[in-house]
Write a protein of this length. Structure first.
Length: 93
């Protein structure tokens, strides 16, 4: 019940911006710490740039059909996070 209230009232774009700032900070720190790790992050960001437009047409529509309308604003944010997770996993290998 509390999770539903939080998801219905929080602005997902602000959460996404905050997560993006943390991700950018992490990327900056890692590039200083280890060059190879920075290459992995740069590759994952490149993969996300190509993966994200595809997911808008393939992944998001079925999710919209499954979720109640009050959670629709979370779909692009969560799919974006998923893209970043997949891209990082692919780039790591």
């Amino acid at each position: 019940q509390q999770t539903k209230i939080v998801l219905a009232t929080i602005d997902p774009m602000k959460i996404n911006q905050a997560m993006g700032a943390l991700y950018t900070t992490w990327m900056g720190i890692s590039s200083v710490l280890e060059r190879e790790f920075a290459k992995t992050i740069a590759l994952s960001l490149t993969i996300v740039e190509y993966l994200r437009p595809l997911t808008r047409y393939v992944v998001e529509p079925p999710i919209y059909m499954l979720l109640p309308e009050e959670y629709y604003r979370w779909v692009p944010v969560l799919v974006g996070w998923g893209c970043k997770a997949v891209a990082t996993s692919v780039a790591w290998r």
